[in-house]
Design a protein around this ligand. Structure first.
Ligand code: 5RP
Length: 237
């Protein structure tokens, strides 16, 4: 148990190191995409610290209500796509990073749709992870979350099964109720036995009516900062 806690603390430290490194990329005047999840939370904390101590003038578009609330609390001004249709940088975590191409699985925090919109709006998309997230095949450790409309989700789940998923289950909250995204949709967590052709799978999933988007982020990461026991490695595709 103590050992488990020690590992958890170390992983949290690594996430924080990657997050702090990414925040050094931020310059005065930038518009920033603010990710979601425990690693992104460290990043928003570090950004807030720079705003407070250096008087850094930036603004952010958050990828979830949780990140918006954290940013507001830390005094990071928020903006929108009317004022900033293009962001200078977006910084976010990931659940899996494919070695080589840097394809990602994202969305275990349930924010995949806003995360993808923000990532595609950014000139530079920086991903921050600890080394446990690196994989040789996507789908190895994490399910692919698929955001679907609540009405008719059963049909989408059936067709997702046809794409090779072993199981596609509605995500539930800890208290046993249905998880609903910030956009009012459901998430189906689709478990694949490793994904051989991620591009093909993306197309197959998006072709299903009722699917809003999915957690495969292919060809989007500009770089990945991987925090490991020997320091931070910077990967580029
Ligand atoms: C949320 C995400 C997160 O970036 C992803 O789940 C990684 O989370 P964490 O930094 O907590 O490991 O995609 O939708």
């Amino acid at each position: 148990m103590l050992q488990d806690e020690g590992i958890r603390d170390r992983v949290a430290q690594l996430k924080e190191e990657a997050a702090r490194q990414a925040v050094t990329y931020v310059e005065d005047g930038m518009a920033i995409g603010l990710g979601t999840g425990s690693t992104a939370r460290f990043m928003i904390d570090a950004l807030g610290e720079r705003v407070r101590t250096e008087g850094l003038r930036v603004c952010g578009i958050p990828t979830s209500e949780a990140s918006a609330e954290q940013a507001r609390r830390l005094g990071i001004p928020l903006t929108d796509f009317v004022n900033h249709p293009i962001l200078d940088i977006a910084i976010d975590g990931a659940d899996e990073v494919l070695r080589g191409s840097l394809g990602l699985v994202k969305g275990l925090g349930g924010a995949l749709l806003r995360e993808k919109i923000v990532a595609t709006a950014a000139k530079r998309f920086v991903v921050i992870v600890d080394q446990s997230k690196l994989v040789d095949k996507l789908g190895t450790h994490a399910p692919v979350p698929v955001e679907v409309t609540p009405w008719g989700w059963e049909r989408a789940a059936k067709w997702l099964g046809e794409t090779g998923a072993r199981a596609c289950k509605p995500r539930m909250t800890r208290d046993g109720s249905l998880f609903i995204t910030d956009n009012g949709n459901m998430i189906l967590d689709c478990h694949y036995p490793g994904i051989d052709n991620p591009d093909e799978l993306c197309q197959a999933i998006l072709a299903i009516t009722g699917v809003v988007d999915h957690g495969l982020f292919l060809g989007m990461a500009s770089e990945v900062l991987v925090a490991g026991l020997d320091g931070i490695e910077r990967l580029v595709p």
